[in-house]
Design a protein around this ligand. Sequence first.
Ligand SMILES: *Cc1c(COP(=O)(O)O)cnc(C)c1O
Length: 395
Amino acid sequence: MKTADYIEQTEQYVLHTYNRFPVVLESGEGVWLTDVEGKKYLDFGAGIAVFALGYGNRAYEDALKEQLGKIIHTSNLYYNVPLSEAARKLAQASGMDKVFFTNSGTEAIEGAIKAARKYAYLKDGSTGHEIIAMNRSFHGRSMGALSVTGNPHYQEAFRPLVGGIRFADFNDLESVKAQINEKTCAILLEPVQGEGGIYPAEPEFLQGLRRICDEKDILLIFDEIQCGMGRCGSWFAWQQYGVQPDIMTCAKALGCGIPVGAFVLNEKTAKASLAPGDHGTTYGGNPLACAAVSKVFDLFEELDVIGHVREVAPYLEQKLDELVAKYDFLSERRGKGLMQGLVVTGRPVGEIVSRALENGLIVMSAGSDVLRLVPPLVIERADIDEMVRRLEKSF
Ligand SMILES: *Cc1c(COP(=O)(O)O)cnc(C)c1O
């Protein structure tokens, strides 16, 4: 079969919820992908900020194979070895205390919402507690996560959503304060907004939120699903702000391709929120997923992935700034580390993304007008140069 046949078969049998680009990807090596025709693509999308280690990392693959040979699944009624290892490594990297593994990012958000509501419930015995989320945010597609996603376009057809959610403007402390009342139990945000268009938080904003949360015993929840796991130059983006959340969600690069997410609680929240019977999952934290997470943490240490991000990110920023200076239709660069966006004005960003694909470069869009670059974290300067060549050709 050829590209057209696979596309036809997919469209016949897979529910059409994505307008996919007309390529059938088959394999990967390092930062390059190959489609079924043998065409190669330099990957600055990493499967939506997932494949941090690059493709074909032998040590990662061997760890998965080894686990496959032992046991893939046990259920959460029993202990398993990879779960205990992965949870310890995630807790240590975050400096937080208790981990609950999920199968996806959206489920991590669901868990964080439930933990926050339960925390508030245990405090005053009442229900109806509210959560403040941000406009332009993205937290996932399940009903709870959709309800805290500040994008009416995604929500409209699916109302009624989960109640008790209020929205404020990102980086606008006063607008958050205006939404707070005695029912507020949590404030939820991405330290660097991803899908909304790559907007890093201002330090004063996060610091101000922490202050408010401390004063009123409101939980601060950071969604690190896209900006976490080294992408911004620290394990988690919030670590650069010196502002700690009470609950953090992660997914995407956490398993580097094996579907896994997590929500992580500090001691205060863990002690007084979800208890046996409150939350569960059949697959979440299964041995295969946790073997991936565990190996990802080991490899990040061994390869000094975060040190590498800190080293190459300024070069990427410099090259992108040069493009902004050179092209009228690029108005701004925004981002942190290897999570970067170019604001495109006066022409559709989708057109550039499509042309780039023709030129063997994978980039994505974010928001309505942002060209998003979230490459594997192992890219080198030469890859950045090659990306710039292919991108300029696509302009
Ligand atoms: C991708 C993403 C999610 C949702 O994760 P899924 O694994 O797609 O459910 C939630 N929050 C942020 C910030 C994301 O980037």
